[in-house]
Design a protein around this ligand. Structure first.
Ligand SMILES: [Zn+2]
Length: 255
């Protein structure tokens, strides 16, 4: 038996279990992603209160059983509720997207405190300043970087040339781009052509260290191509469609 107390955690997903329980997927700052059984969480609202709401940062106490991946949630106290996120569609969609990416891309019980801070930082940024396409691109880049999956945009993955003035071909299976000469070698899911402006946009997003630096990317005409390129890369890593993406696509078509 192992007990953990005072652990900062973000709620990634809630799944109903049995008559009255919940299984919550958590991203814990010093434990990484894990699943925990919250007994009676649906029967008694008092038991965990608002601590298990989506977009909530809570401090949790957990108990691990031997030979079981499922932890037991002993207690949870809300520290910061980003409830504002749910009141506006665009911010909620971006928060849900960030949450889904962390949930789908992170290995179980592999702690990355930087990743916890990145997702909490996204919620903070969305709550304070609203939705931002540029900041979301930076979030994706930081996430891939932290997971050791940073894409390469400034050199051909085959011949290593940096002469990409005529544009390049994105090949998600190689985690980067191919120059025009090596283009016939591109294969697989999500292969697409990128012009120089889009390549530069993606390289700029990758150089940003803070989410707010993404404000420099706002208003550039290749933003939609850059978004499609990032989705191709992320789909390749996740291996299945992302639910929150359809929602964001519908929103952007309206605006
Ligand atoms: Zn090449």
């Amino acid at each position: 038996m192992r007990n953990v107390e005072g652990e900062p955690a973000l709620i990634l997903r809630r799944t109903e279990y049995g008559e009255s329980d919940l299984i919550v997927s958590l991203y814990c700052r010093s434990l990484g992603k894990l699943s925990a059984l919250a007994r009676n969480a649906r029967k008694s609202r008092k038991r965990f209160g608002a601590a298990l709401g989506v977009f909530t940062l809570s401090e949790v106490a957990l108990q691990a059983k031997e030979k079981s991946e499922l932890w037991t949630l002993v207690s949870a106290e809300p520290v910061r509720s980003y409830e504002l996120l749910a009141s506006e569609l665009a911010t909620m969609a971006q928060a849900a997207y960030g949450t889904e990416l962390v949930r789908e891309l992170t290995p179980t019980e592999h702690p990355e405190p930087e990743l916890f801070d990145l997702l909490a930082g996204l919620f903070e940024s969305l709550t304070r300043d609203g939705a931002s396409v540029g900041r979301l691109r930076v979030f994706e880049m930081r996430l891939l970087h932290t997971l050791g999956l940073a894409p390469v945009f400034d050199a051909c993955s085959d011949c290593q040339t940096r002469e990409l003035a005529e544009g390049a071909i994105l090949d998600p299976s190689r985690g980067g781009v191919l120059c025009r000469s090596c283009a016939p070698n591109a294969r697989g899911y999500g292969v697409r052509s990128l012009d120089l402006e889009t390549i530069n946009y993606l390289a700029d997003a990758q150089r940003c260290e803070q989410l707010r630096d993404g404000d420099l990317l706002e208003g550039r005409s290749c933003a939609i191509d850059a978004r499609q390129a990032m989705l191709s890369l992320l789909y390749w890593h996740v291996g299945k469609p992302l639910k929150s993406v359809d929602f964001i696509a519908k929103l952007s078509n309206k605006s």
